[in-house]
Ligand binder design. Structure first.
Ligand code: SAH
Length: 218
């Protein structure tokens, strides 16, 4: 397929998977139309890049379904000037979408191979406002904290305490919390005197590992 065929598939993806499900934020839709999702997955799976489902990216990890990427991004209510932390870089696709909508993205991935590949892909696409780090993201990124928004793209047994601590007052954090195969997407908002928490939708993510992640039970 030619690049223009992928562009057409991407247009259709936004219309049928995002807009049709009531996500209408123009900046979000523009980002999803612009970022070439296929470039973030192995070439042999480019034909399914714009399907309505997650795609394997190697190391037993997946790039989320486009709708889930859109939904989670939308929950952060980004205006353009924020510094955002992402835990679970994976392919780098979610980071690229965030990068279209804020000032700078700090993203942490524990797998060295995935982290290096994501950094390469972002560089090739000329995306310069993403910093990729290989580390245990369940500890956040203390040297760069506080963040205006935080997104965790792996399932946690409970919201990691260091991430709450690294959130700016007025900031928003989205994280899937629960058990293997079934979690709830949680939205946390930091106020002057504490946190408000909201349950959004049931989701299914790969496990968050590391100090505040799942240990042997998954
Ligand atoms: N956001 C990614 C998909 C995430 S899949 C994308 O757009 O492609 C979840 C990722 O979280 C996996 O790559 C996994 O290796 C990573 N992960 C799991 N535990 C982690 C931890 N403690 N720190 C950093 N990354 C972690």
């Amino acid at each position: 397929m030619k690049e223009e065929d992928y562009t057409r598939q991407r247009e259709r993806m936004v219309a049928t998977q995002i807009e049709s499900r009531q996500l209408r934020n123009p900046r979000l839709l523009a980002a999803m139309r612009k970022i070439p999702r296929h470039k973030f997955i192995p070439t042999e799976r480019w034909h399914v890049a714009y399907d309505d489902r997650p795609v394997m990216i190697g190391e037993m990890q997946t790039i989320s379904q486009p709708y889930i990427v859109a939904l989670m991004t939308n929950l952060l209510k980004l205006k353009g000037n924020e510094r955002v932390l992402e835990i679970g870089t994976g392919s780098g696709y979610q980071a690229a979408i965030l990068a279209e909508m804020c000032a700078h993205v700090y993203t942490v991935e524990r797998h060295t191979a995935l982290s290096e590949q994501a950094a390469r892909t972002l560089k090739e696409l000329g995306i310069t406002n993403v910093t990729v780090r290989q580390a245990d993201g369940s500890l956040g990124w203390p040297e760069q904290a506080p963040f205006d928004a935080i997104m965790v793209t792996a399932a946690a047994p409970a919201v990691p305490e260091p991430l709450l601590n690294q959130l700016e007052v007025g900031g928003r954090l989205v994280v899937p919390v629960g058990q293997p195969g079934m979690q709830t997407l949680q939205l946390w908002q930091r106020g002057e005197s504490g946190f408000e928490q909201e349950m959004i939708v049931p989701v299914s993510f790969v496990p968050l590992r590391g100090e505040y992640g799942f240990k042997k039970d998954w």
